[in-house]
Design a protein around this ligand. Structure first.
Ligand SMILES: [Zn+2]
Length: 422
């Protein structure tokens, strides 16, 4: 099958790039932000809300979907796009970070991550091959390799050992990914099993993804593939040690992926440390491939990373903060429960055109939040996602006009100061 994943840079402003990333489910203008749909839903909103907010791509978590409802169930129902009613691009993480986060409930060996489920205590082993197979079944447009997350602070020796293990796991992930791709249908005439998907899909005239069982490396193993156009990204590790970051780049580029992510940041290090690792690492990555900074960040972090050459971001911040009553506005952050909004007839952000800002007052939103109404989370999330995605649109426009530095200064002024209402 001809590769469907591609990327081209349309415009640059310093190190910043505006481009187009083409995936099996459409084109993503970059730099782009991916709202996080941990368990197959971006908390508080529907796919329709995501479209309204301007989301071009979302992220879902492999760990959660694997354990519940199960990757094979999702595959039988046509894959994650169909399952969650989202026909645009999806990226899934490898599941490693969540498994790692179980702390005492997990053990990491060369084989993979052995852990007890947070749901029922059952024991599981997540291997590089398994993470690749699960993502083949889920069918995102972009799958991530399984990497080892390292508890911080760590010694340089520990970072080195972990970075080397991540490189070995990346090799295993890529081998598995290629074996699955080679066994999937192609002009070369491989003959996989097909099964038609029963029942109506959510998309009229949408893609009817074939359910494919492709024989992978082990002839006795059938791997379910729901998105033959899937790409796989490698992950650069190396902590905050420049030499180890460079080594990780060398090892990961030698394997060869559709694109590359920078992992292991946004784990509690100071922002300047993160910026400096990005500044050192991004230029080592191929200019013609997207660069993804995992788990970042605040609006200011994002524009700082864009100005250092990053194209893709994901973070729970807009959605999680919304549920906690903290909203991002063009005037800075705002805590809706504060008493000063009890009688405030203005919208959350006078500069915003989202449904929440067009329709409701701060006074009403504060009332809903204080009363514990579910709708408070929904409306705050609708706004925060729009703010993030509008910010990305402004970033792309600034790159086109060569004014990113002006935007960066403006966001720094807005988001470096304390809460606007504290
Ligand atoms: Zn709004």
């Amino acid at each position: 099958m001809a590769p469907v994943f591609s990327f081209r840079v349309l415009q640059t402003d310093g190190e910043a790039r505006h481009g187009e990333m083409t995936t099996a489910h459409g084109v993503v203008p970059t730099p782009a932000f991916m709202p996080v749909g941990t368990r197959g839903a971006v908390k508080g909103v529907t796919s329709r809300d995501l479209l309204d907010a301007g989301a071009d791509i979302i992220l879902a978590n492999t760990y959660h979907l694997w354990l519940r409802p199960g990757d094979q169930l999702i595959a039988r129902l046509g894959g994650l796009h169909r399952f969650m009613g989202w026909d645009r691009p999806i990226l899934t993480d490898s599941g490693g970070f969540q498994a790692f986060s179980l702390g005492a409930r997990r053990v990491i060996t060369e084989d993979g991550i052995r852990f007890r489920s947070h749901l029922d205590g059952s024991e599981h082993l997540l291997t590089p091959e398994g993470a690749t197979d699960i993502q083949a079944g889920l069918g995102p447009d972009i799958a991530m390799v399984l990497d080892e997350c390292l508890a911080q602070p760590a010694t340089a020796d520990a970072v080195r050992a972990s970075t080397e293990r991540s490189a070995r796991w990346a090799r295993r992930c890529r081998d598995r990914f290629q074996a699955i791709a080679d066994a999937a249908p192609s002009e070369k005439g491989a003959r996989p099993l097909f099964a038609e998907i029963k029942g109506p899909g959510p998309f009229s005239g949408g893609r009817q993804a074939p359910l494919i069982h492709a024989a992978a490396t082990d002839p006795g193993t059938l791997v379910t593939v729901t998105n033959p156009g899937q790409a796989q990204f490698g992950i650069i590790q190396g902590g905050t040690v420049p030499d180890l970051r460079a080594m990780s780049v060398d090892r990961t580029l030698a394997i060869g992926f559709e694109a590359y992510a920078i992992g292991g940041l946004s784990v509690g290090e100071p922002p300047d440390t993160m910026y400096s690792v990005v500044e050192h690492t991004a230029p080592l990555l191929p200019a013609g491939r997207p660069r993804y900074l995992m788990g970042v960040g605040t609006p200011l972090d994002i524009v700082e990373a864009v100005s250092r050459g990053i194209d893709l971001f994901d973070c729970v911040m807009p959605t999680r903060n919304a549920r906690n009553g903290q909203v991002f506005t063009s005037e800075g952050r705002l805590t809706i429960k504060n008493a000063q909004y009890a009688d405030d007839a203005r919208p959350l952000d006078p500069a915003c055109t989202c449904y929440t800002c067009r329709t409701y007052s701060r006074a009403y939103l504060r009332h809903l939040f204080v009363a514990g109404e579910i709708t408070a989370s929904v409306l705050n999330t609708v706004h925060n996602l729009r703010f993030y995605l509008d910010t990305m649109a402004r970033v792309r426009q600034a790159i086109v006009f060569g004014t990113l530095e002006t935007l960066r200064r403006s966001l720094r002024a807005t988001f470096s100061r304390p809460l606007s209402d504290s």
